[in-house]
Design a protein around this ligand. Structure first.
Ligand SMILES: [Zn+2]
Ligand SMILES: [Zn+2]
Length: 356
């Protein structure tokens, strides 16, 4: 079968290779891949910055954002023909407490493996095999949008954790700000809107862009940093209960921490470059944190329950605004054109490779 592969550590090593077909072992689900989504992680792996091939393999099959259809499954799990999305992270060999508890996204040792990223082949091959524990069913009605389940899980985990942590008090958040208008930012804003929050997405693109129009349609305000510096947001919007940082830009972190209202939560959900020295008045920041009962936490990856929650939210979004989610996927290419697909234009939101 054909697969989109890279040689980790090498620049521009993306190749379509003919690799041995999957032999699903006993107890595994065999899935025929329909679509694979591309994101910044795939671009980083392809440029040799990141990624690790499985032991004994020279290449790594790329792809963690996935959608497929079950070909065969062990009795009592899924059925042939079911639409499915698989989770990405697998437990560490030490089986730390979170990994033992099925919370691989909270792994303590850091020795977890991730399909398409770290020591396990990804989903960008014509078929793959997987343990049913990691395969999440999706209703057939979500066929057009379910490749967004994986990027949506980041938002689901961020929100679930936010509300769990805020169980520390009586809390009725009203207003949220999402920094960054990439797929994760837009999906997070949509998930917040579903929960009844007033949401503002803030990013660099000028107001009036395609993204701005798309967000407005879903009742989400868009502000450009060219017209509204981040530090001005509380003055313009009033108290901000949740700030979700999803830009990947280190320069945004200090302002993100500074705009939080009393009892508010700042969720850091993007990975930034190391070495960026920002200026922050730690005394003032600490004072603000303490006197306002504010909270900051980091979140990465997602567990099975966040995939299930993502499926539910995509269904709600489809019901409330049919066809809106699907417009986030504004570029589709056959998987054989993966190299071209990784070169993104500024207006691209989500690029998807078709395998079917
Ligand atoms: Zn991704
Ligand atoms: Zn672990």
């Amino acid at each position: 079968m054909q697969a989109v592969t890279v040689t980790p550590g090498e620049r521009d090593s993306l190749r379509i290779l003919d690799i041995p077909d999957v032999q699903g072992s006993d107890g595994q689900v065999v899935v025929r891949v329909l679509q694979g989504g591309l994101c910044g992680t795939d671009a980083e792996i392809t440029s040799g910055l990141y990624g690790e091939a499985p032991a004994g393999s020279r290449y790594l099959v790329l792809g963690h954002e996935n959608l497929g259809v079950v070909e065969s499954a062990p009795a009592g799990s899924l059925s042939a023909g079911d639409l499915v999305v698989s989770t990405v992270r697998r437990p560490c060999p030490e089986a730390c407490l979170p990994c033992q508890s099925g919370e691989n996204d909270m792994c303590l040792t850091g020795h977890y493996r991730e399909r398409g990223i770290q020591a396990l082949h990804g989903f960008m091959s014509e078929r793959y095999a997987e343990d049913p524990r990691y395969v999440v069913p999706v209703p057939a009605s979500l066929r057009g949008v379910a490749v967004l389940v994986e990027p949506m899980t980041v938002a689901q985990k961020a929100l679930e954790q936010t509300f769990r942590i805020q169980g520390r008090m009586s809390w009725a958040p009203r207003q949220a700000v999402v920094l960054g208008a990439g797929p994760v930012g837009i999906l997070a804003a949509a998930a917040m809107r579903i929960r009844g929050l007033e949401v503002t997405v803030v990013s660099r693109e000028p107001e009036g862009s395609t993204r701005d129009a798309l967000l407005r349609e879903a009742g989400i305000r868009y502000l450009s940093t060219t017209s509204a510096p981040i530090a001005d947001l509380p003055r313009r919007l009033g108290a901000i209960d949740i700030v979700l940082e999803a830009t990947g830009a280190a320069a945004v972190i200090a302002p993100a921490l500074g705009i939080l209202g009393r009892d508010g939560v700042c969720v850091l959900a993007s990975v930034t470059e190391v070495g960026r020295q920002g200026e922050i008045d730690l005394g003032a920041w600490n004072r603000q944190m303490v006197l306002g009962n504010r909270l900051v936490f980091g979140t990465v990856n997602a567990g099975r329950r966040h995939f299930e929650a993502a499926v539910r939210d995509l269904a709600v979004a489809e019901e409330r605004r049919p066809g809106w989610m699907e417009r986030l996927i504004n570029r589709r290419l056959p998987f054989t054109e993966a190299a071209r697909a990784l070169v993104r234009a500024p207006e691209d939101i989500k690029t998807v490779l078709d395998f079917g």
